[in-house]
Design a protein around this ligand. Sequence first.
Ligand SMILES: *Cc1c(COP(=O)(O)O)cnc(C)c1O
Length: 367
Amino acid sequence: MTNQTVYNFSAGPAVLPKSVLLQAQEEMLDYQGSGMSVMEMSHRGSIFMDILTTAEQNLRDLMGIPSNYKVLFLQGGAYTQFSMVPLNLAGGFETMDAVVSGTWSLNASKQMGYLSEAKVHIAANSIQNNQFSYAPLPENWQISPNSAFTHFASNETANGLQYQQLPSFPKETTLVCDMSSDILSRPINVNDFGLIYAGAQKNIGAAGATIVIIREDLLDRTRNDVPDIWRYQSFIKKQGMYNTPCTYAIYIAGLVFKWLKAQGGVHTIEQLNQQKATLLYEMINQSEGFYRNPIQTDFRSKMNVVFYTPNEQLDALFVQEAEKQGLKGLKGYASMGGMRASIYNGMSLNGVQILADFMKNFQQKHQ
Ligand SMILES: *Cc1c(COP(=O)(O)O)cnc(C)c1O
């Protein structure tokens, strides 16, 4: 055991609110007088059913999810949705559109075409000299005719760039959004989307649960030759339990939703997230070039703040010295290098302030 306070800036799995972990600890051996851990219970028993329905209701309240949308807690991570979405939404269509704004949406665009009759059409791509520094704005998306949907990522976790304003033009196409790393970080209008998905391990909870929010009228598009386990309908027909769900991850997600409600919900957390991001971006701006962020100002992510020192040796030293101070998980994404501070909902303002102070001291020492 270490006595040092640790601030976890990892991109995911990521920091969770301490009160949530403490509650899980308290309930670990005996969930509310049942004499069992949530991990040990039947997923069809009334106790777990209650955990699941409460989690869903709280997510609906937090995000304002309308009643004509279904909410699923699936497994397999966001990666699984890269192919589950096409298998379910592209039946009978010639094309699927993909907007490429960074590592994850690029990845998705490559996976979407497998096993599908519909072809992937890149509606927009902001890569320049092998780098992403902004996301293509919707007015520049070239949506194909007879397009099943348009896929994009609201926040590019590896690149540190984000749509500050989410696209909304449901008339021309059906928007499908990978919100893995910024779901519940700000208010959104669910009605603008046909489908939203997110792995839980960034802004929600433990790895293992994948949230899917889908508009009901899209559910009949699934091709006949798709196996049941890959059909959204299979889960919907069985109250989310076509097979055994990831019960413990759903329980943790439920605790996080309750915590977020107690904080005041997404409007309140958005303001806090804004404050946290501002602290770091101002530190970068005021460093007179010592720290560099490659993202255009209007697209800088409020969840993943990417920065570089003047050279790679200093970057490595930064990560090393930060670790010693208890500031963990700051190494940038493998192909990106540099540093990345992930400051999801679970990261406190205090933690970000401590990182900002560390950055200032590091600059003074090594400039
Ligand atoms: C982490 C991440 C993924 C991959 O998620 P898995 O749950 O590991 O499959 C996909 N998209 C985005 C935006 C991510 O941040």
